[in-house]
Write a protein that binds this ligand. Structure first.
Ligand SMILES: Cc1cc2nc3c(=O)[nH]c(=O)nc-3n(C[C@H](O)[C@H](O)[C@H](O)COP(=O)(O)O)c2cc1C
Ligand SMILES: [Mn+2]
Length: 527
């Protein structure tokens, strides 16, 4: 079932009638965006697009919109329904201690299945077909300029691989990369993401536990960005901000894979717990190990079948202005300072396929990835919050702006406990607005949700504000990365919550009358 590589996946898309090959000459500067945006806005998310004649890039193909529909997401993960994945996760979470020999024997297939999750290191692979240490230029790749006011050209679908300096565990995260020149790019890992923590940990090690926070070297940047830099680079552990202090010497190695088989590309987006390697998540999803090969110039491993691999490092004392960039929200995210990725080696397959995506006003391709995460994460959310019945993150609210959740309410204040639990859970910390409804409300039916919320709240009593970290893409928060969130308790209020009036029943026709009218319906001549 698992796809060997991007090419195997492209063939599968083709066989399923889910791929359009574009043979006309199209410019990676804005034109691919305009075409893809129109396709993404079609009712069913259109097809994946393979641009075979990219202006100025003979020999390169560009793949986009590979995940851009519910159907393609299921195809990518090899399932008929996303609930299958949720059920498999549930099965692993639901392990009981085996009773007797028979119980242990029954567990063997599950243990065998777990063996497939772990990545396997192999000696070489197609990603090494061409190795370029000196003679490369990043703009030999057909990197898109997505939107007119973007600060440059951005690699938008990279699997960024870093290593935790403390545990040695690897992380794969998708963080966009603005191409600055032939050999360097921005590295847009937002500060709450796992690679940013690896970066800070590398810094902590470099300056020692008693060391001072780093100097800010981006002296040419405007002052408001420089304070952001202090904030970004300062280690969270103690010490006043001392811009003239000791600089952390050194660098952190990074490798980037572009154009991997779909389970790994998708795993790079999943908000997994920091210590869970995405290579294992991909292994779980495809039920076959991910094959890795060693890099040429850094001590990291990359997927052996990747179309393109960039190896290099980020300096610990260097930040550069990144953006603006037409973002997931439908607005441009503003310039900010981020680390710089210096490329030391590029390896790629013969006739490489450059995989990319665009983000912008929803729905785009990322909408379908987000919806998949919503389904897969439901059983994981229930580990901590078993009262959760269902969750809906509407695409228009770009996931982190609105979460609607239904719960089995069991005690006073229960809705607020759930809100706080969600704000404390990994990247759900970014959720700007949480709406909690009772279990009999279908959260997937927005009309039903609006009816409940509008009817059931006494706004002053039922809306709760709190402060905390917000997504870096939020342009409305009072400060970058810090602001307020809102929870709406739209459950029925109980006397034990101080609501002493009686709560009205919902209007429903009785079954006997319905049956009588069903029997007469045709004769009435209404339809
Ligand atoms: C197309 C796409 C682009 C993304 N770009 C970024 C980005 O530039 N910076 C970022 O921090 N997160 C970005 N994300 C979200 C992260 O991939 C996501 O938060 C992921 O869980 C991060 O992995 P981590 O938890 O291992 O850090 C992007 C997601 C998608 C689908
Ligand atoms: Mn991760």
């Amino acid at each position: 079932m698992a796809y060997d590589d991007l090419r195997d996946w492209i063939s599968a898309l083709d066989r399923a009638g889910e791929l359009k090959r574009i043979r006309a000459e199209i410019d990676p500067i804005l034109e691919i965006t305009e075409i893809t945006d129109r396709v993404s806005k079609s009712a069913d998310g259109g097809s994946a697009l393979l641009f075979e004649n990219v202006k100025g890039y003979r020999g390169w193909h560009v793949l986009i919109n590979q995940f851009g529909s519910a159907h393609r997401m299921k195809l990518a993960l090899g399932v008929d329904s996303l609930d299958e994945i949720a059920a498999r996760i549930h099965q692993f979470l639901d392990v009981k201690s085996p009773e007797g020999l028979l119980g242990k024997i029954k567990m063997l297939p599950m243990l065998a299945e777990m063996g497939k999750f772990f990545p396997k290191t192999v000696s070489s692979g197609p990603c090494k077909e061409v190795i370029r240490r000196d003679d490369f230029d990043l703009l030999q790749m057909p990197v898109l300029r997505c939107w007119p006011k973007d600060g440059g050209r951005f690699i938008t679908l990279p699997c960024v691989i870093t290593r935790d300096p403390r545990t040695g565990k690897r992380n794969v995260g998708m963080y966009r990369m603005q191409v600055y020149d032939a050999r360097s790019t921005g590295m847009h890992w937002q500060r709450q993401k796992v690679a940013a923590e690896h970066y800070r940990d590398t810094m902590r090690a470099a300056v020692g536990s008693a060391g001072l926070p780093p100097a800010v070297t981006a002296a040419s940047s405007p002052p408001h960005l420089r304070s952001a830099a202090v904030d970004l680079m300062a280690r969270s552990g103690g010490g006043a901000i001392e811009p003239e202090g000791e600089r952390p010497q050194g660098k952190m190695e990074v490798a980037v894979a572009i154009g991997t088989e779909p389970a790994l590309t998708f795993a790079a987006v999943i908000p997994a717990p920091p210590d869970v390697e995405e290579f294992m998540i991909a292994g779980f999803l495809r039920q076959k190990p991910v094959e890795l090969v060693k890099c040429e110039t850094v001590d990291l491993e990359v997927p052996a079948t990747a179309e393109i691999v960039l190896e290099g490092y980020v300096n610990l004392d260097e930040l550069r202005t990144e953006g603006p960039f037409g973002d997931h929200t439908g607005f441009y995210s503003l310039e900010d300072l981020y680390p710089v990725f210096h490329v030391t080696c590029v390896t790629h397959r013969e006739k490489p396929i450059y995989a990319t995506t665009i983000v912008g006003k929803p729905p785009m391709e990322d909408a379908w990835m987000g919806k998949t995460i919503e389904r897969i994460f439901l059983p994981l959310m229930r580990v901590t919050l078993p009262e959760i019945v269902d969750v809906n993150l509407p695409v228009e609210a770009v996931f982190h702006n609105l979460m609607i959740v239904s719960i089995r309410k069991s005690y006073p204040g229960h809705a607020r406990k759930v809100m706080n639990g969600i704000w404390a859970m990994g990247q759900a910390m970014f959720t700007k607005c949480i709406v909690v409804v009772d279990e009999d409300c279908d959260v997937q039916n927005i009309r039903e949700v609006v009816l409940r919320v509008a009817n059931h709240i006494d706004p002053e009593r039922d809306i709760q504000f709190t402060l905390g970290p917000v997504d870096s893409l939020d342009h409305a928060s009072r400060l970058p990365n810090f602001g307020s969130k809102m929870g709406i308790d739209a459950t029925r209020k109980w006397p034990t919550e101080g609501f002493t009036r009686s709560w009205p029943d919902e209007i429903r026709m009785d079954e006997a009358t319905k049956k009588r009218m069903d029997a007469m319906w045709k004769k009435l001549g209404i339809e």
